[in-house]
Design a protein around this ligand. Structure first.
Ligand code: CO
Length: 166
């Protein structure tokens, strides 16, 4: 009887050990899958920003490296429609005056507040309302500091920031 208990003890112990090993294997393969996925994305630097019903971006500074391929993904996390609380992401060329551009853009309703000439803009997303997402992909310009904004009328006073290329 003593022997039987002893054997049972060994059996339980070996089951516990083998379960532990299985868990380790499982977590290792999950990690490997994850690192494979992230390796595939290194060619494009994806930057996710949000905008809300309180007329705010979640960031006022974006940093990239010169030569980066950049993808800005803008998520409107609010609920208000785009004709009331529309948001976009507009990146201005170096030296373009943000206030002048913002005032001009505010009059361009037909083109969703992106001036037709396009001379002042490096890249922009479309205008979106609550719950929507928009993205734009572009090559980072030369090193320096650039302004970004939402060009919906009245928003750029708060919805603006610096896009810094290192
Ligand atoms: Co806006």
């Amino acid at each position: 009887m003593k022997n039987f208990k002893y054997l049972l003890g060994i059996l339980v112990l070996s089951i516990l050990i083998s379960c532990g090993n299985q868990e380790k294997k499982a977590s290792k393969s999950a990690f490997e899958t994850q690192s494979e996925t992230s390796t595939q994305d290194t060619s494009v630097k994806v930057i996710e920003i949000t905008a809300n019903d309180a007329m705010q971006f979640n960031t006022s500074k974006i940093e990239v490296q010169a030569g980066d391929k950049v993808k800005i993904v803008l998520k409107h996390v609010g609920k208000m429609p785009k004709n009331v609380m529309g948001h976009n992401f507009v990146l201005l060329k170096k030296g373009v005056d943000l206030v002048k551009f913002g005032n001009k853009a505010a009059t361009e309703k037909d083109s969703e507040y992106i001036p037709d000439d396009g001379d002042d803009v490096i890249a922009h997303t479309k205008l979106i309302g609550g719950g929507e997402t928009a993205a734009v992909e572009f090559n980072a310009p030369e090193s320096g500091s650039y302004d970004f904004l939402c060009s919906f009328p009245g928003h750029f006073a708060i919805m603006k920031g610096k896009f810094v290329v290192k």
